[in-house]
Design a protein around this ligand. Structure first.
Ligand code: ATP
Ligand code: MG
Ligand code: MG
Ligand code: MG
Length: 570
């Protein structure tokens, strides 16, 4: 690629709404252009990175036996109604109507459509197992789209779905994907950690997230360097809070909660004026006799009033979705932690009430969408007290190991794998005939990767004061050749072109900057863009047969002969 044939547009300043470094650097390097909150064009540099990430993912997915398809972005509402997610998904689901008034959704994820496909395509046990994936545009009407591609509304996801004959098969598929994910994030050149995770609005029972380790990450991960234990703090936070209130012998269990925006719904149901409730988590606590009570943790803040309330609910006042008893039973009846039968909502008793000042007595991760709502970086500033409390709570769990060694770090969720069981296949009648000719329900898993988020996460992990430092596997260009005096020196032009042609012939993704810019301007532009290797060809060096090669990560450059340059780069 010749720079004069490419489109570059860098700038010194980032827009004021770019809070995190990846967003700033992507804007400054001209990778993305914003059209509306969370809606961007991938400009040529970004698209190159995106395609490289996609291809690494695609290769590993194909190697692991998954098969690529491409499902539609616009999906009929009927399927979403059949699974109950038309109602349960909440405001993040963008609903649209066609000219006939029929309802559609812009897919935030594709369990419904893929399960419908399999319900129609698969008849016999001989067709299983099957794993279908696509790399497709997603739309989630995030409450607070921000951080550029990190939390977009329109974004690119790879989502895969496994279909198996039985649970054992589905768990094997899960492990297969788990291992593929490890290979993918390793191949992408990222520092990451796989952690136990919440299943959120996707549902299911077994789940892991893949977290790219970065100080600016919105998630908190608690892990033990000496054991396998690693979990998203979302899982560990509220039990600690409740544990403070509960007698030591009481068992604490998280009650599955549906979909997004549950906080608002809970607040509304409880009649609490929580304009900015940011988190609600529901836990059940059983006493020695096995009697369960429900605790509800609500966190609220609106810049002036910030508080945590722990509510104890009488009976099972589910209430989040204003769902009917039948709906709730259908949703949660078979899930661990479900306490049914459903009672009409009773008033909440506030048993703890606190303000930000002593919030560290409590353990709470906050909702990621609202990390900055109190002007306090929620997870970050509270991290240490949280770890201390978590140590107490997880002590005694053999999986955790020595709790004293627990550590905490920030992460960016780039991948998420779920075991789903029959959550979708049952409702959408995805069955197969077993060897005896008897119909059985297919067991499923689903596996997402935030393709466009990876781009931002990689920058969060790899940057310095000059700009981005791309990991080689996803860099927009592997090498940039910067000729000094392109317009003046025939020798410089010849040598730069020769190196360019040679590297190109070797399959190196190289760009030759033939725009005849001043060296300082040219260098800082490519440092901002983050190309990992710069080759500088100037008349002065050429006199001594020398070409300067600067690795973006290194402080010092190396001086090489033209032939050494080729081997250095290869
Ligand atoms: P988050 O907790 O960050 O909101 P999620 O748990 O809602 O993410 P999943 O439903 O697990 O997301 O989707 C799979 C992957 O898609 C995530 O692991 C993440 O990498 C990516 N992703 C989710 N939401 C967004 C978004 N708004 N912008 C970019 N990528 C996203
Ligand atoms: Mg989300
Ligand atoms: Mg998540
Ligand atoms: Mg997730």
């Amino acid at each position: 690629m010749l720079a004069s044939h490419f489109h570059l547009n860098t700038s010194k300043e980032a827009p004021a709404d770019a809070e995190v470094i990846s967003h700033q650097l992507m804007m400054r390097s001209g990778m993305i252009r914003k059209h509306a909150g969370g809606i961007y064009t991938y400009m040529p540099l970004a698209l190159k990175v995106l395609r490289k990430i996609e291809n690494i993912i695609r290769t590993e997915m194909n190697n692991s036996g998954a098969i690529e398809v491409l499902m539609p972005v616009v999906q009929p509402a009927e399927l979403w109604m059949q699974t109950g997610r038309w109602d349960a998904y909440g405001a993040e689901l963008l609903r649209i109507k066609d000219r006939h008034g029929r309802d559609f959704v812009l897919q935030p994820t594709s369990e419904e459509v893929v399960t419908d496909i399999v319900a129609n395509e698969v008849q016999s046990w001989r067709q299983l197992p099957l794993n279908l994936y696509h790399i497709q545009t997603k739309f989630r009407d995030e409450r607070r789209p921000r951080f550029g591609l990190m939390r977009g509304r329109e974004f690119t996801m790879k989502d895969a779905y496994s279909f198996d004959r039985d649970e054992a098969g589905a768990l094997k598929s899960y492990d297969n994907m788990f291992n593929a994910y490890k290979r993918i994030f390793t191949a992408l050149g990222l520092k990451f950690r796989a952690v136990n995770a919440d299943t959120g609005s996707i549902g299911g029972s077994r789940s892991h997230e893949f977290q790219v380790i970065a100080d600016t990450g919105e998630d908190l991960i608690v892990y033990n360097p000496d054991s396998e234990y690693a979990a998203n703090i979302e899982l560990a936070e509220a039990p600690c809070l409740i544990a403070e209130r509960a007698a030591p012998t009481q068992a604490i269990e998280r009650v599955p909660t549906p979909g997004s925006n549950k906080c608002e719904l809970v607040a509304t149901q409880l009649g609490l004026p929580l304009e900015r409730t940011v988190k609600s988590v529901v836990y059940s606590v059983s006493d020695e006799e096995g009697k369960k009570s429900i605790y509800l943790l609500l966190v609220r803040g609106d810049h002036e009033v910030n508080e945590i309330k722990v509510g104890k609910l009488a009976g099972f006042e589910h209430g989040f979705e204003l769902a009917s008893e039948a709906e709730i039973l259908e949703h949660f009846g078979s899930q661990p932690g479900y306490l049914g039968p459903v009672q009409p909502l009773k008033p909440i008793t506030i048993i703890a009430d606190t303000t930000v000042a002593n919030m560290s007595d409590f353990v709470c991760g906050g909702n990621k969408e609202d990390t900055h709502w109190i002007g306090v970086n929620w997870g970050r500033d509270l991290a240490e007290p949280i770890v201390a409390d978590i140590r107490n709570v997880v002590a005694g769990d053999p999986a955790v190991g020595e709790p004293g060694t627990l550590a905490i770090e920030h992460g960016i969720e780039v991948g998420h794998v779920f075991f789903l069981g029959d959550k979708y296949s049952e409702k959408l009648k995805a069955t197969y005939l077993n060897e005896q000719g008897k119909p059985e329900i297919i067991q499923m898993g689903c596996y997402g990767i935030g393709v466009s988020r990876i781009m931002a996460a990689a920058i969060e992990q790899n940057n310095d004061e000059k700009g981005i430092i791309w990991p080689m596997p996803m860099t927009p260009f592997e090498v940039v050749i910067c000729p000094i005096g392109w317009g003046k020196s025939e020798e410089v032009r010849q040598q730069a072109t020769a190196i360019y042609e040679h590297l190109k012939a070797q399959g190196i993704d190289v760009i030759l900057d033939d725009r005849d810019a001043r060296p300082g301007v040219m260098f800082s532009e490519w440092e901002l863009i983050g190309v990992p290797i710069r080759v500088t060809v100037g008349e002065r060096g050429l006199k001594d047969g020398i070409i300067e090669v600067q690795a973006r990560r290194d402080a010092e450059s190396v001086k090489l002969s033209p032939s050494e340059v080729n081997t250095y780069v290869l």
